[in-house]
Design a protein around this ligand. Structure first.
Ligand code: NAP
Ligand code: MG
Length: 479
């Protein structure tokens, strides 16, 4: 085992963060008590203590939010693109100005390491607002000769793994294209969306253009069944995505679905191995593996298998797992008790399927939701841990000999969101990017995101793209 550095604790300060005890719904530009009269707690998964109490929007609340968005649509959609852009630029700048506060709240509420919320989630969220703001007055150039027009009200439902970033992916393009929105963050991570609502209020956005309703699945179902929205935008599991799709068909609404994944990360024997090992680590252990595009199936060419495996284990031995607020932490808390239970169930299934398990020794904290980073070897294509999305820090490793073999194996999944290829041959990269059925394929890197670049899947990973011009197209109709 590699010697671990004994680093002193380096906790990020929380003293600059202002949180209320109770949060209300953001409807028509103001924070309102829920008509449902119901509230729920949002928990810090690293300690399992309550951070704040949040409103649960019932049917009546969802209806109010939809009506506010519908009322705001005519003026917002007719506003000059340049003026719309100014509001969106303002939101982007305010996120940047308050990025430290957002990062701390994201880590407190969701359990991800502060290093990731500070360096990835929040800067990317700001980048999406900046990017879309720039297009607001140039839609005619983005879609030449197509007379782009906004759709109306968009109902947007997002998951808990990248809470603010997913809100940005949804809200920024919708606004830039002249739509109004009702957004629901996930039950376990509502706080940064509510902070975003504060910014939206401060930015002076006209009332009703953005409405944020908190709640769980029932609130989401009330949104998708509502007659007002012309567009449903969903990021979450394939299981719930199927319900949303049906609701969209029933209600004759446009729909985009960003669903689950089980990505192949493929290492050829001519790859730069040290870099590839970092790519494997980043691919599966980033954000505790709560990543739709996580490289959760690793394929290593047989000739370098032993080398890759031993380097990977050595690298895993250096992981610091624990307090998300510590700047040294590599792996934070599992987002919820329910998700931890799911992951633990898969660890059991993996063992029962006969796979060999490896976990580095780590001192997991006594309270909170924790899972040691895990890899499974000796797995078969048919194993459940190879076929199903675990959404945790769990990697399944297989080997291959030829390109054709690895293409077959990589495509043998109901999903098709992302993949990674590691080789020094450009020709191999081109061959694989053509042959792999995945929306996003990284070459000699992994989990890189950019506001200008479209992201989305094939097959059971959903359809539609977010990011880039493609992401805006989903919020427009054309003559
Ligand atoms: P989820 O259970 O499908 O939930 C997603 C959102 O839908 C949450 O806000 C959830 O509410 C809400 N919801 C639940 N039931 C609903 C219903 N019947 N009608 C309408 N809305 C409903 O997914 P999750 O566990 O939060 O997120 C993990 C999944 O998201 C993974 O499968 C992951 O791969 C996927 N994901 C995909 C992408 C992508 O871009 N493709 C990105 C990130 C995550 P509550 O959670 O509040 O109950
Ligand atoms: Mg929480």
């Amino acid at each position: 085992m590699t010697e671990k550095w004994n680093l002193s604790a380096a906790p990020e300060s929380t003293s600059h963060v202002e949180l209320q005890d109770t949060y209300h719904l953001f409807i028509n530009g103001e924070f309102r008590k829920p008509k449902s009269g119901k509230y729920f707690d949002t928990i810090n998964p690293a300690t399992n203590t309550v951070i704040a109490t949040v409103s649960e929007a019932g049917k009546q609340d969802v209806d109010d939010a939809m009506k506010a968005a519908e009322k705001a649509f005519p003026a917002w959609s007719k506003l000059d693109g340049k003026e719309r852009g100014k509001y969106i630029f303002r939101i982007a700048r305010m996120i940047q100005e308050r990025s430290r506060e957002f990062a701390v709240i994201e880590s407190l509420d969701g359990g991800k390491p502060i290093r990731e919320s500070r360096d990835v989630d929040i800067p990317l969220a700001a980048a999406h607002f900046f990017y879309c703001a720039g297009w607001a007055d140039k839609l005619e150039y983005a879609f030449p000769n197509r007379s782009p027009k906004p759709l109306g009200v968009a109902a947007q439902i997002i998951p808990w793994n990248f809470p603010l970033l997913m809100a940005a992916w949804k809200i920024a393009p919708a606004l830039a294209c002249g739509n109004t929105v009702v957004l629901k963050p996930a039950e376990t991570t509502p706080l940064t969306a509510l902070k975003l609502a504060e910014i939206i209020q401060e930015a002076g956005l006209p009332p009703g253009v953005v409405n944020i309703v908190t709640g769980a699945g029932e609130t989401g179902a009330a949104m998708t069944a509502h007659p007002i929205p012309k567009k449903l935008a969903f990021t979450g599991s394939t299981e719930v995505g199927k319900f949303i799709y049906k609701a969209a068909l029933d209600g004759n609404k446009k729909v985009t679905l960003e669903l689950g994944g089980k990505a192949a990360n493929i290492i050829f024997d001519d790859a730069p191995i040290e870099a590839a090992v970092e790519g494997i680590i980043n691919g599966i252990y980033f954000n505790q593996g709560h990543v739709c595009c996580a490289g959760s199936r690793l394929f290593v060419q047989e000739t370098v298998y032993e080398e890759v495996l031993s380097k990977l284990k050595r690298r895993m031995d250096t992981f610091i797992v624990g307090d998300p607020m510590d700047k040294n932490t590599d792996i934070g808390a599992i987002n919820s008790k329910a998700q931890l239970k799911t992951i633990e169930e898969y660890l059991k299934i993996g063992r029962e399927e006969g796979a060999e398990i490896y976990q580095p020794k780590c001192n997991l904290p006594k309270t909170g939701n924790w899972c040691a980073p895990t890899l499974f070897t000796n797995v078969a294509q048919s194993n459940r841990i190879v076929q199903e999305e675990i959404f945790g820090p769990v990697l399944a490793i297989q080997t291959f000999r030829t390109i054709d073999e690895v293409i077959d194996k990589a495509n043998n999944t109901p999903y098709g969101l992302s993949a990674g290829v590691w080789t020094d041959k450009g020709s191999k990269i081109f061959q694989l990017t053509q042959a792999l059925k995945a929306g996003v394929i990284w070459a000699n890197t992994y989990n890189k995101f950019d506001a200008t670049s479209p992201f989305g899947g094939y097959k059971e990973s959903g359809f539609g793209r977010e990011g880039g011009i493609h992401g805006m197209e989903a919020y427009l109709k054309f003559d």
